[in-house]
Design a protein around this ligand. Structure first.
Ligand SMILES: [Mg+2]
Length: 111
């Protein structure tokens, strides 16, 4: 990701649109965070559809559709972070750094 990616302007635009449409009271912030769960459910539905787990429906989704639903989860989370008045780039960088640090530690942990 770079500064020229369309991600960050789109996140800012989505947050602004929601702020103007729904306000910024705590209930609205709650809904934006819950929206991540809604999108995660859609990703799970797509994966189940990819596997064809429901014999009545068969295979209903492609791998690309699953990826698109997972991207919805990530984007929705970034909008929720921005809605908290925080920079989602910083939050994402902090998360990536935390994960990377885990890989750089000895395993199993030294006593
Ligand atoms: Mg979705």
């Amino acid at each position: 990701m770079s500064e020229n990616d369309p991600i960050w302007p789109a996140v800012a635009a989505a947050r602004q649109w929601l702020d103007l449409s729904n306000g910024t009271l705590p209930l609205e912030m709650t809904c934006r965070i819950l929206k991540v769960t809604e999108e995660a459910g859609e990703a799970a539905q797509a994966w189940i559809g990819f596997l064809g787990q429901n014999p009545r429906k068969g295979v209903t989704h492609s791998r690309e559709e699953v990826a698109a639903e997972l991207a919805d989860v990530a984007f929705t989370a970034l909008v929720a972070i921005a809605s908290l008045g925080l920079d989602p780039r910083d939050a994402l960088t902090g998360c990536a750094t935390k994960v990377q640090d885990r890989f750089e530690r000895p395993w199993p942990p030294l006593p």
